[in-house]
Design a protein around this ligand. Sequence first.
Ligand code: ADE
Ligand code: ZN
Length: 336
Amino acid sequence: MTDTLETFIRGLPKAELHLHIEGSLEPEQMFEFGKRNRVDMPFQSVEEVRAAYAFSNLQDFLDIYYQGAGVLQTEQDFNDMAMAYFRRLHADGGVHAELFFDPQTHTDRGLPFSIAVEGLLSGMKAAEAEMGITSGLIMCFLRHLDEEAALATLKAAEPWLDRVVGVGLDSSEVGHPPSKFQKVFRAAKERGLRLCAHAGEEGPPEYVWEALDLLKVDRIDHGNRALEDEALVKRLVASEMTLTVCPLSNLKLCVVDDLKDHPMKRMLDLGLKATCNADDPAYFGGYIGENFIQTARALDLSREELVTLARNSFTGSFLDEERVARRLAEIDAYVD
Ligand code: ADE
Ligand code: ZN
């Protein structure tokens, strides 16, 4: 059963819609970049880095995650990091990804805006040529900073906006509600960008309402705590709002105590349009395939439910209708 389940999942065509590319930086690569860029590392060994990855909440993780990103200095680093991620995605049956990146994490430590974005775009292009993986770039605003900084980031991104598919909102959730970012989300929408926001990971259902009503997002990232509010669930189901759910992240950041308690199955039973994603795989112990496999085992998900998750990943993506239809046909062919 387990082997066939794994084989079935890895062969199932899927898209990843919630992946912070900086969160795919494995400790080995962190040391490699640290060395070649002569950046002092707060850790002596890969083992020491991994040992530090024991988190009790989101902030615990973010403190280490922003530190880790400090080794990224050149376009080549961003390109290499993206390629390493795409190779893992390919091995897991991933055919499309919409990557989050945090420009402010890099510009605030003195890197020109172009370094991250150009490096990532070149990796994305190479992944399509080498592996046939399509991808889009989503620029996230750090919500622990103010809206002026987010507006300045959108302005700095102007020359690249034709190559960015959307904007997102991430970092420390509690105390930084979506309402703080209405102007910048409106400005992004006016520029033709798609919108998503982390909401309901640690923050209350009100933050999910705000993301919907004030930011007018196309997707909710996480959304776990929406389940506490019946009217909100109804709204999300009726509007077919995609939730980019991240089971292993939820486990590592103590959003759930046990994968057996994860709400993924409940979400599907309620008719919510959930997808399964890795969030920050280098930190949370697994890429998209592992997220599917461990969640399927813990919750005894059926093949139909796994196929629903894969279908949702395409219908919830920012791909055009024709490409979505093509990917759905690939799923149908696989299942047949
Ligand atoms: N940045 C990277 N991963 C994140 C997460 N899970 N929540 C908020 N911000 C993040
Ligand atoms: Zn995230």
